[in-house]
Design a protein around this ligand. Sequence first.
Ligand code: PEP
Ligand code: MN
Length: 362
Amino acid sequence: MILPKSNRLTPEQLAEVTAMVGEFGCKIQPIIGAVRTIYAIVGDEREELMINRIEGLAYIDRIDRIQSPFKLMDKRSDLASHRITLGGVTLGEELLVIAGTCTIDPKNPNYFYETAAAVKEAGAHALRGGVWKPRTNPYAFQGDVKSLDILMEASRRTGLPVDTEVMDDSHIKLALNAGVHSLQVGARNALNYSLLRAIGRAIAERDTCVLLKRSIHMGPLSEFISAAEYIAAFGNPNVILCPRGTTPTLDGYRNHPDESITPLLKEKTWAPVVIDPSHSVGKAIYVPACALAAVAYGADGLCIEAHVSPSHGIGDDPKQAITPDVLAEIIRQAKQLWTLRRNGAKAGSVDRRHAQSSPGGL
Ligand code: PEP
Ligand code: MN
């Protein structure tokens, strides 16, 4: 990772560095952070001669050689000061709440419009709504491209940014052209490296975010963070990690709730963590407890399925969507808990006294 002395290299400097690494079979990938641009060396960056030559350039500050499979997303990376903003919320500075239906019903768009208005009223900062759906049952409703118009109309009506899942190239193109603000990678696709690369490539020149769910089958945290690295490596590091429950399932819960990995993620990566309690526990009555537990564990935000009339919803909504009044109460309590954690951290929290690096980014 090359760190210039100024905030970014001039085109001439970039050309010089590119030519230099090219001699060693490497390429340069600029990574545009909020404040400064850093330059990843793509290829074998261990070549001493190449490193020495670059470090000898007057406009280069230093080369960071982080021995990590996720150099950009690593907490020690220069990108650690990068901040992601969605719906007016800078992650890490305020609790982010994304809410909306699991699936948009194209035959009954009013449910989505009403839900959008109601979750905004409840305090959500961004809207979620499934246009294309990954369904275990091939005969179940797979989503409908018509719902993309409904999603964007709800965004216009409420002024909220929107998040929706994409599963292939055509979805990525349609979603970005429509102006979707956050692309969701679902739990089933979090290990689909071609999709991750396609998303990284497509958003490289934009300020789009990615909500990367944790795969149902992911084990080591490095697998999760490396999936984020796949996207960031193309130049846009706006990747939000979203644990949403994994296998093995528990009797009663849809998945094994995994909000407890938040402090572990925070030790390894600077990426914000937004927990999805809905898919984790899979039943509306368990969602409030899981959401609050996530905040207690240090999450930066929540992504919650909500519907004005869950029993009239489709996809996961009849089972796991909460109503907007429940959402409002979760947000009220979650904000209190978030502030408590933050103030506790400032005063020298239990986290700080018991750990060298404080979890929860606090
Ligand atoms: C969803 O968000 O509706 C969804 C299908 O999520 P996951 O990929 O976490 O199952
Ligand atoms: Mn869902």
